[in-house]
Design a protein around this ligand. Structure first.
Ligand SMILES: C[S@@+](CC[C@H](N)C(=O)[O-])C[C@H]1O[C@@H](n2cnc3c(N)ncnc32)[C@H](O)[C@@H]1O
Length: 226
């Protein structure tokens, strides 16, 4: 492992030095049309879980190059993209040019400190938890609850260790890398009980977890009214 996994800023800035590198690490490809189609899929999941309403302010933790923000922002009041990497945010800024209801915010990698309490309707994070330590996943769940308005909604996902494809991800990483050679950003799965525990411990109500496509685990919930 060349860099400490938990030093997210340095790890993710070095992975996103060029547009091509950033696109590849976000999605595994650089094709803008496929990016768009994938973002539509993410929108469908958000619609089915937390819902998308025209008056909503959405905040994404780990927004990358704005894959989702670009497609989502026309349907909502405002989209706030937060990321630990200034390189990612620079690229996101270019992709979102002209979308005047989008805003980008660099964060420390451990919290949402620049975001005021009770100011957001929906916080979501997608394709990010697999790159975080469990404690940092939970810190973001707590932070999401802080920045949400009463009644606000939270969504997160990860690869499901208990799914066949999730187990394949786990085994591939175990067999491919010697312990000292594991990449800092290597994907680490979650389970439905982990996600459910984090949301319930953080105090979310109406917590639900589900699997999808024999690969993903999703969790979502609502911040109780004050
Ligand atoms: C695989 S990309 C996913 C990007 C975006 N969510 C998407 O689905 O297109 C992971 C993103 O999370 C960001 N990231 C990694 N660790 C983070 C942390 N601790 N806090 C905030 N963002 C983080 C990376 O910089 C990168 O942009």
């Amino acid at each position: 492992m060349s860099q400490l996994r938990g030093d997210y800023k340095s790890v993710w800035n070095s992975l996103s030095g060029s547009k091509q590198d950033a696109y590849l690490v976000v999605s595994g490809y650089t094709d803008e049309d496929k990016f768009h189609a994938d973002a539509e899929d993410t929108m469908d999941v958000l619609r089915e879980t937390v819902g998308i309403r025209p008056d909503d302010t959405f905040l994404e933790i780990g927004c990358g190059v704005g894959r989702v923000g670009r497609v989502l922002s026309p349907f909502i009041r405002e989209w706030v993209g937060c990321d630990v990497s200034a390189n990612m945010l620079r690229l996101a800024g270019r992709r979102l040019l002209g979308l005047t209801n989008t805003r980008l915010q660099e964060i420390s990698g451990y919290d949402l400190r620049p975001i005021p309490d009770a100011s957001i309707d929906v916080v979501y994070t997608t394709v990010v938890f697999m790159h975080l330590e469990e404690w940092d996943r939970y810190n973001y769940v707590l932070e999401a609850k802080r920045v949400l308005k009463p009644g606000g909604r939270f969504y997160c996902d990860n690869v499901d260790l208990a799914s066949p494809a999730g187990w394949a991800v786990f085994e591939e990483s175990r067999l491919r890398f010697k312990p000292s050679e594991r990449p800092s950003q290597i994907s680490k799965c979650s389970t439905q009980p982990e996600i459910e525990t984090f949301l319930k411990r953080a105090g979310f109500a109406d917590v639900q977890v589900a699997g999808r496509l024999d690969f993903w685990v999703y969790g979502w919930g609502r911040k109780p009214a004050a």
